[in-house]
Design a protein around this ligand. Structure first.
Ligand code: NAP
Length: 318
């Protein structure tokens, strides 16, 4: 039986990836910074919490990682743990940078020391590209990060490339664009608009307060995006891949679509300039042909298909 270690097991992607790997017969070891019941909600929601071994681990301490690798001898390690919020990174830039980079150095160093054959997946982000010269973004587009989060992810990405080139290790970076699911926390945009729109439709909330909604993003569906993580780790040689839908929509369009579906007048949208970010990417979408061709990744959902799925799931759970 193959063993996979997943960091960030309490997050959205950690839960969906665990479900996928369990279905493929893996033993899954999940690393979490603390083993709280609250943190296991996503795994419980998917009905898999009893099938995963959860280990508390501080990824800023390499000795703890080495001990875990020696004990569980994984074939694959998926690094999903990160301070993942762009807004939070403006509030806590140094802590974001420290954790999102040191954890990657420690994991790669620990693999190099214990067993350099362990395959490594890094959760890179489209935010690394920031201000781009042209669209769609391709895997070789130059990075111009526009937030502390993006800077931390770009640094972590280059740490991975450097270890791959220097030590011939199997290291894949999945460069994922925004992807959403029922398991997102309310602080993320799509989840926020769906949960608050449902409240407005029930008369429990007056209006939706949002920042700059004229920016455009490439949105996808998380349970499908984790399939690409698995696929790139099954290749003979490691490489980096865009995982994205291939098109962008404005946040305004997403809100209006949701409001129309729930019969809410657009006058309930309130723009709050205090919610604007210091620097913002205006439009971003990627090309996903490399992942589709080389990995055989199958994806054809639009942002509106994704919204339909999430609104339906959210309404079922109310
Ligand atoms: P998420 O739901 O925010 O989960 C992040 C995970 O990282 C959680 O398990 C969290 O643990 C852990 N974490 C955060 N700060 C930590 C710290 N200081 N020490 C230890 N653990 C920490 O994120 P996600 O949506 O699953 O995304 C997975 C990865 O993909 C992240 O690296 C993210 O940056 C990257 N990514 C996500 C997207 C997206 O649209 N979702 C796009 C591109 C890249 P707690 O539960 O304890 O907080």
């Amino acid at each position: 039986m193959k063993t996979a270690i997943i960091t960030g097991i309490t997050g959205q992607d950690g839960a969906y990836l665990s479900k996928l790997l369990l279905g493929k017969g893996y033993k899954v070891i999940g690393l979490a910074r603390s083993d709280t019941k609250e943190g296991m909600k996503g795994l419980e929601y998917l009905g898999i919490h009893n099938q995963i071994t959860i280990i508390e681990c501080d990824l800023t301490d390499i000795t703890q990682i080495i001990k875990i690798l020696n004990q569980y001898k994984p074939t694959e390690l998926y690094n999903l743990a990160a301070q993942s919020s762009v807004s939070q990174s403006f509030a806590n830039p140094i802590a974001t940078f420290k954790f999102n980079t040191i954890s990657v150095f420690n994991l790669l160093e620990a693999i190099k020391i214990t067993d350099p054959n362990i395959k490594f997946y890094q959760a890179s982000s489209s935010e690394m590209y920031g201000r781009v010269p042209e669209l769609p973004i391709r895997e070789n587009t130059v990075f111009h990060p526009l937030s502390p989060y993006a800077i931390s992810k770009a640094s972590a990405h280059w740490i991975c490339v450097n270890y791959r080139e220097s030590y011939n290790m199997f290291i894949c970076c999945g460069i994922l664009f925004n992807h959403e699911s029922y398991l997102r926390t309310d602080s993320f945009f799509v989840k926020k608009i769906i949960t608050q729109a449902i409240k407005i439709s029930k008369g429990e909330q007056e209006q939706l307060n949002v920042g700059n909604i004229d920016i455009m993003r490439d949105f996808g569906y998380a349970p499908k995006y984790v399939e690409a993580m698995y696929l790139m780790m099954q290749k003979e040689t490691s490489n980096d891949y865009h995982i994205c839908s291939g098109g962008s929509v404005s946040l305004r369009d997403l809100i209006e679509y949701t409001f129309n579906k729930l019969h809410i007048p657009h006058s309930k949208i309130h723009i709050d300039t205090n919610l604007f970010r210091p620097a913002e990417i205006e439009n971003i979408y990627g090309a996903n042909d490399k992942a589709k061709t080389e990995l055989g990744w199958d994806y054809n959902l639009s942002a509106y298909d994704m919204l339909d799925l999430l609104i339906e799931e959210e309404e079922k759970r109310q």
